[in-house]
Design a protein around this ligand. Sequence first.
Ligand SMILES: CC(C)(COP(=O)(O)OP(=O)(O)OC[C@H]1O[C@@H](n2cnc3c(N)ncnc32)[C@H](O)[C@@H]1OP(=O)(O)O)[C@@H](O)C(=O)NCCC(=O)NCCS
Length: 173
Amino acid sequence: MRTTDGEVGLRLYRAGDRDRLVAIADNPNVARTLADRFPHPYAREDAENWLARVKTETRPCNMAIEWRGELVGGIGIEPMADVHSGTAELGYWLGEPYWGKGIATRAAGLIISYAFDELLFIRLQASVFAGNPASCRVLEKNGFVREGVLRKHIRKNGRIRDAFLYARLRSPG
Ligand SMILES: CC(C)(COP(=O)(O)OP(=O)(O)OC[C@H]1O[C@@H](n2cnc3c(N)ncnc32)[C@H](O)[C@@H]1OP(=O)(O)O)[C@@H](O)C(=O)NCCC(=O)NCCS
């Protein structure tokens, strides 16, 4: 799967991405607002484990974000199970030098189209740590609605904080 809007693109990960992944992911500022399954420090072995994991996906759900032909981050959707099987959870990150250029907003737009039009999910949701306004904006600019506050839902780096639940539906109503 490959998709692009000209400047920002999504593509499958490749084995050769390992060192570049470590270079941009091994940063406490990136990990701070992500779940602990995004490791910090982010070592070569972590990149290898990640690349081995995504290789097993039969329907690609995790993709590398490219900006001007260079790997700059990752984005993915995680299908939920059981009665929630029409829903997928959206997540994304960028290497810090690439923040503030509109890249995440555009990458999210690309994966949202893929998730709704090709994978036929009916709902996408994301939970954002309180204190991450940039990510809230990425979602709002892509038509997500803040549905609620998940109080004290996050324990990260020894601190408890709220999260915001955002969602967008394939067809409203
Ligand atoms: C969150 C993240 C992906 C945003 O990526 P990005 O490419 O910088 O986002 P964009 O440039 O597309 O949009 C950011 C928006 O947030 C706004 N923003 C940035 N910092 C802000 C702040 N402190 N307060 C309010 N708005 C802020 C920007 O102005 C922009 O909105 P605008 O276009 O309306 O002006 C990036 O910061 C990141 O990777 N962070 C670490 C990982 C993470 O938090 N992932 C999301 C987990 S839910």
